[in-house]
Design a protein around this ligand. Structure first.
Ligand code: F6P
Length: 459
């Protein structure tokens, strides 16, 4: 088509957060940077939540586009966000690694908020717009929106895994969710696995018909189901990583850590899916066994605060901090902790020098839709060095095949892989890093957005 459709993005969160002065600051991150220019060029809009309880509902003008906040009451934050999204769906979609709660009060709040998103989008989307919905918070919006607007194309992309049928069917409202998603024209998943899991659930629960070329037929309509692995803004990372300020800060970090031979690094949201505890225990065991030496090997673990209102996250934090305390109690020397643990959110200007200082990056989730930290580490290593230890259960493992892939449930394998990474000779490290960097340069966040949008914009 000659004229691109106006692009409307809807996600749980708006691409801005409140700054100290009460104004709005654009959120960092490749997703926002990749999508904002397209929304600007096509005179589209962005619909989402500000992250505040009882926040504003009036449109906000920022970055030259209209942002449409969906205000959430305190009850809705408790039941739609912390409840159904993050206590029911999140653990279940990550291999049921924690027990999910199934409460009708949470489901009703999820339904209400999805309905409110659909009404708002229906009211503001320009004629013939392409509406791109994001993530597990908004699975009912496709069908709800279709009921109100027949002119728009509707796409949905899941940033997290989509579970196998045996797990998905535990949800008391499983058919409602599938029918909600089937209102879309394009359904996107990180991995082929996720797309296949969705097809199986849809076939079994509501009787969809599988056609060729990733098409699915339901209720007389055909929709496209496919995998679109997300990525990062590689050029941006490379640019920041090559700057003088980064080089200086990297050297300063190494020296602050006591110039150890090897710096091991973990950077994660403090989420129980990320396998932080197992990784720390593996490091502790290696110190206990003398396979690593606290004078030569130091671990830096950055744990970003997240979803602090959810009990399972509070439990996870307590457990991790206890493990750090125990290991440091046994192996630290005065002024030189074995593990440097920061429960903080760091700006990119600090994160990139840390990536560069990290000789070995430990990314060991039990399940992760993609894991962009793994990609950020590779992009930041403009020096062509560094070793990535990567869980097989991340989407990134499909692409970063030259990482040291590991099963994080296998304690012994995790320990052996860490030792292998620490001891790897530069003749092996460099070609592995080079292969990962080449792969990444051909799969950036813009490639991801363009591939999804090409499918969504097509008639
Ligand atoms: O990975 C899924 C996701 O929802 C991301 O989109 C988001 O950045 C992250 O989890 C943190 O989520 P929250 O919005 O709950 O802080």
């Amino acid at each position: 088509m000659s004229q691109p459709r106006p692009l409307v993005i809807a996600a749980n969160r708006l691409p801005v957060t409140r700054d100290a002065d009460g104004g709005w600051q654009t959120s960092p991150g490749g997703l926002v940077r990749a999508l904002l220019p397209i929304v600007q060029e096509t005179r589209g809009a962005w619909v989402g939540w500000t992250g505040e309880r009882d926040g504003p509902g009036d449109p906000i003008e920022a970055e030259g586009i209209e942002l449409h906040p969906i205000p959430l009451s305190s009850h809705e934050v408790d039941h739609y966000y912390e409840g159904f999204s993050n206590d029911t769906l999140w653990p279940l979609y990550h291999d049921a690694i924690r027990e999910s709660g199934y409460h009708s009060t949470d489901w009703e709040a999820y339904l209400d908020v999805n309905q409110r998103f659909a009404v708002r989008i229906a009211n503001i989307a320009p004629p013939n717009a392409a509406v791109w919905l994001h993530d597990y918070h908004l699975q009912l919006v496709p069908a709800l929106l279709r009921e109100q607007r027949h002119d728009v194309r509707i796409g949905w992309f899941n940033h997290i895994p989509f579970p196998p049928l045996e797990l998905f069917q535990r949800i008391p409202w499983r058919s409602e969710i599938i029918k909600g998603l089937l209102g879309a024209d394009v359904l996107g998943f990180q991995r082929i696995q996720g797309a296949n899991n969705f097809r199986a659930a849809a076939r079994t629960l509501v009787g969809t018909e599988d056609l060729d070329d990733g098409l699915l037929r339901y209720d007389g309509r055909d929709l496209h189901v496919g995998n679109y692995p997300i990525s990062i803004d590689v050029t941006d990372f490379e640019l920041l990583a090559s700057g003088r300020a980064t080089r200086q800060r990297t050297a300063q970090i190494r020296s602050r850590l006591g110039d150890p031979e090897v710096i091991l690094l973990g950077v994660d949201r403090l989420d129980y899916t990320k396998g932080i505890g197992s990784r720390l225990r593996a490091f502790g065991q290696l110190l206990d066994d003398g396979r690593l030496d606290p004078e030569r090997h130091v671990l830096v673990q950055i744990a970003t605060p997240t979803r602090e209102g959810v009990e399972q996250y509070q439990d996870e934090r307590r457990e991790i901090e206890q493990i750090v305390g125990e290991i440091n109690g046994r192996h630290s020397r005065l002024g030189f902790p074995a593990i440097h643990y920061l429960y903080q959110s760091l700006p990119l200007t600090e994160l990139i020098p840390l990536y560069r200082a990290g000789d070995v990056m430990l990314v060991t989730p039990f399940r992760d839709g993609m894991n962009l930290v793994a990609k950020e580490y590779v992009a930041a290593h403009v020096d062509g060095d560094g070793v990535l230890v990567l869980s097989e259960f991340t989407g990134a493992a499909d692409e970063l095949k030259d990482a040291l892939l590991v099963n994080p449930h296998d304690e012994r394998a995790l320990q052996d892989t860490i030792v292998r990474a620490v001891e790897m000779h530069r003749h092996e490290r460099r070609p592995r890093m080079e292969a990962m960097r080449t792969m990444l340069e051909h799969a950036t966040v813009s490639d991801w957005a363009n591939a999804f949008l090409a499918q969504l914009m097509a008639d």
